[in-house]
Ligand binder design. Sequence first.
Ligand SMILES: [Zn+2]
Length: 136
Amino acid sequence: MAKGSNNRMRWIIAATVIGLVVIVGFGAWQLRAVADSDAGGANASLTQDPNLYRGDIRQAYIVAHDHPELLAQLDCYCGCEQNEGHKNLLDCFRTNHGASCDICTGEAITGGQMLAQGTPIDQIRDALRTRYGHGG
Ligand SMILES: [Zn+2]
């Protein structure tokens, strides 16, 4: 008699532990998903207003504004990554740096065109390195 209820007790404890592990694991996964979506949204409007500029420069700022996730994954080859501490091409368009630099502008416009054609980002990155990365 006593032995049987002991066994049942052990099963209840085991089931409770498994349940807790599942709940905690799911909670942590949810928290991570929320943190990820926050990080994505924060990039959205940090670039300068394209309407401050004209022509090619304006076009480049439009690409930066519309596709920050693309430029954040591309390198800039104008030297600003060494000289100004930029981490990627998106940084060039957070200030007026991109407006004074043919390389930044050219990379953004080319990248935007390739993205519009459905080119995967790793291929865009390779194409820009080939075209602008010489001697950099
Ligand atoms: Zn640059």
